[in-house]
Ligand binder design. Structure first.
Ligand SMILES: Cc1cc2nc3c(=O)[nH]c(=O)nc-3n(C[C@H](O)[C@H](O)[C@H](O)COP(=O)(O)OP(=O)(O)OC[C@H]3O[C@@H](n4cnc5c(N)ncnc54)[C@H](O)[C@@H]3O)c2cc1C
Length: 338
């Protein structure tokens, strides 16, 4: 069991957790960041690294993967330790003396910041398909598009009816040979504008819509997919020639152990005091999508601002004798930068 000691342990390496490293570091506190995923970036890296984001201040458009890289670079001067690929399983102790456990790490920290976003999410799978694992293994069946170029020139089935499915249908229609969108309902639960774009692309012959249908069978061999069989609610079948299926059925909520830590957990969210980002357990703060309060807007930029508020609380817990004073980065600078 490898042991680490730090000021702040951050659970979750999504955008909120990464910016928390900067904000804590700016006030002089060291951080260890833990994430169940093998890479940093949270949802941005796992679900949409190649999609442009348009509402991060001062970036008219930035690819999600690039934003993660920039956050990583911005945090680097403060020398965080990243412990990736293992879920945090346990939390013991109290403010000033916490210990967090993963299967192979033990981290003692004075303050814990939970930046768990949507939780330890795992994609919902079409488990009715018997030979699913064979096609998952070769990437013929996927749950996220992490490398859209690999789908260039292919016939792709996009399964699902939410924002993710419709966004990707529109995006891939410009790259794939043809995109088939398959949804079990006639209506799509996605932004009106993106649904409109998808229907335009259908008229242009780039996309074919199959509704209401669901996945019935994968036909091929050795992990190479040739045909996707879909069926309607009466069992009527349709065969689609395709080499790839991207399943966008959402993420199965997986709270992990966070609900058992006495934080004020309620259906995947943690109630916090908005003035401090403090949870019900003294010394454990929560920021980002997982933090809940009246009027919360769950966006990336919200998590950034919450990290600044939480950093103030970090100082309050670790150095209560120190009066908090807002410091400008333009005056104070950042080690080794500029
Ligand atoms: C397709 C799509 C498009 C989007 N577009 C935009 C957009 O344009 N603009 C915008 O502002 N937002 C957008 N969002 C939302 C945005 O991605 C989230 O608001 C953001 O990711 C929240 O960041 P976070 O750091 O709070 O959490 P997350 O990004 O969810 O990261 C949380 C991390 O915590 C880890 N974790 C949780 N529990 C544990 C545990 N017990 N142990 C170890 N690790 C744990 C998870 O593995 C995860 O990596 C989009 C989301 C999706 C799905």
């Amino acid at each position: 069991m490898a042991k680490y000691a730090t000021d702040v342990a951050i659970v979750g390496a999504g955008p909120s957790g990464l910016f928390m490293v900067f904000e804590a570091g700016f006030l002089g506190y060291k951080a260890v960041v833990l994430d169940a995923l093998p890479q940093i970036g949270g949802q941005l890296a796992a679900l949409y690294p190649e999609k442009p984001i348009y509402d991060v201040p001062a970036h008219p458009a930035i690819l999600a993967g690039q934003l993660v890289e920039q956050l990583h670079t911005q945090a680097a001067p403060y020398g965080p330790e990243y412990l990736l690929g293992e879920p945090v399983l346990g939390l013991e102790g109290s403010a000033g003396h916490f210990t967090l456990f993963t299967a192979s790490h033990e981290v003692s920290a004075k303050v814990v910041v939970v930046a768990g976003g949507g939780g330890m999410f795992t994609p919902r799978k079409p488990t009715q398909l018997q030979n699913l694992a064979e096609y998952e293994h070769t990437g013929a069946v996927r749950y996220a598009v992490t490398d859209k170029k690999s789908l260039a020139g292919h016939d792709v089935v996009l399964a699902g009816g939410g924002d993710s499915a419709v966004d990707w249908a529109v995006e891939l229609a410009h790259i794939a040979r043809h995109v088939h969108v398959m949804h079990r309902r006639a209506d799509f639960r996605a932004a009106d504008e993106t649904v409109r774009q998808m229907k335009e692309l259908e008229k242009a012959g780039k996309i074919t819509l199959h509704t209401p249908y669901q996945l019935a069978e994968l036909v091929g061999g050795g992990g190479v997919l040739e045909t996707v069989v879909v069926e309607d609610l009466d069992g009527g079948k349709r065969e689609i020639a395709a080499s790839h299926v991207v399943c966008c059925f959402g993420l199965a909520p997986n709270a992990g152990p966070l609900g058992e830590w006495g934080l004020g957990w309620d259906k995947g969210l943690i109630k916090v005091d908005r003035a401090t980002m403090q949870t019900q357990r003294e010394g454990v703060l929560c920021i980002g999508d997982m933090a809940d309060y009246e009027g919360k807007v769950a966006l990336i930029l919200t998590g950034f601002a919450e990290a600044a508020v939480a950093a103030k609380r970090v100082q309050g817990v670790i150095n209560p004798e120190r009066k908090f004073k807002v410091q400008y980065s333009t005056s104070k600078g950042v080690p080794g930068v500029g």
